[in-house]
Design a protein around this ligand. Structure first.
Ligand code: NAD
Length: 244
């Protein structure tokens, strides 16, 4: 029997990058997995895809209800959907702050709120939030993004405390720069994307980006019964960036 067989998992933002790798690994370990995403069209078997916008409470509630019904419960919730923002505090206006916080922070609140009754009914309930080293690293040109991930870190710790006696564990992962379509889109804006990619690799302590699969492995560990006594933790998967 596989490690996660019988467990039901929801992964937001699971159609791309870290979420996609996580959904695939959860399924490979035996979990039944539903992906909630703005674009679930590319989600293939054995995963179930559901259209959901985490910035819209009604959309989240109906997607979580449909997915939980189809799966027969929710044991694992991976709050992974997120968007980026570039700039100093002087660069982003209120509308941009609201837009990013609405997805990156309230998105996790909405999905967790919608899944809580199912999580409370689970004997192996685990929530894993995709945070970032931006939460603690003071990255340049990332004021809004960093604030959003700082909130995710605090939210993770608060949720871990609030729900520990209900048997729900809550942890987060803090990826460094991870090789996903997100980073591909940023590189595409450079004059010479291939050169920019080389420079980006060279800036990493390990000389390369973290892979989506490496982050997924950490998420799946935190979600699994192997981490049954682990809650309120932030696990860095950053190739040594945080230590600099
Ligand atoms: P990605 O852009 O490849 O994938 C993000 C997914 O989230 C996409 O499938 C997208 O459709 C979905 N999504 C975006 N907004 C959504 C919304 N409102 N509702 C539902 N789904 C939505 O990005 P990624 O690099 O895999 O990032 C995933 C998570 O990892 C994010 O939370 C991001 O902040 C975090 N992260 C990424 C990196 C990195 O370097 N790539 C580093 C640290 C943290």
């Amino acid at each position: 029997m596989s490690e996660l067989s019988g467990l039901k998992a929801l992964v937001t933002g699971g159609a791309s990058g870290i979420g996609r790798a996580t959904a695939a690994l959860l399924a490979a370990r035996g979990a039944d997995v539903a992906v909630l995403d703005l674009d679930p069209s590319a989600v293939g078997e054995p995963l179930r895809g559901y259209l959901a916008d985490v910035s819209d409470d009604a959309s989240v509630r109906s997607a979580v209800a449909a997915a939980a019904e189809a799966l027969g419960g929710v044991d694992i919730l991976v709050n992974n959907a997120g968007i980026g923002a570039v700039g100093t505090v002087g660069d982003n206006d209120d509308a941009e702050w609201h837009r990013v916080l609405d997805v990156n922070v309230l998105g996790m609140v909405r999905t967790t709120r919608a899944a809580l009754p199912r999580l409370r009914a689970s004997a192996h309930a685990a929530v894993v939030n995709t945070c970032s080293i931006a939460a603690t690293a003071g990255l340049p040109q990332r004021a809004l993004y960093s604030a959003s991930k700082g909130a995710v870190l605090s939210l993770t710790l608060a949720m871990a405390t609030d729900h520990v006696r209900e048997g729900i564990r809550v942890n987060c992962v803090n990826p460094g720069t991870a090789d996903t379509p997100w980073i591909g889109r940023l590189l595409d804006r450079a004059a010479d994307p291939a050169e920019e990619r080389k420079a980006l690799d060279a800036r990493q302590p390990m000389g390369r980006l973290v892979t989506a699969e490496e982050v997924a492995a950490a998420i799946v560990y935190l979600a699994s019964p192997a981490a049954a006594s682990v809650t309120g933790t932030a696990l860095a998967v950053d190739g040594g960036m945080q230590g600099l």
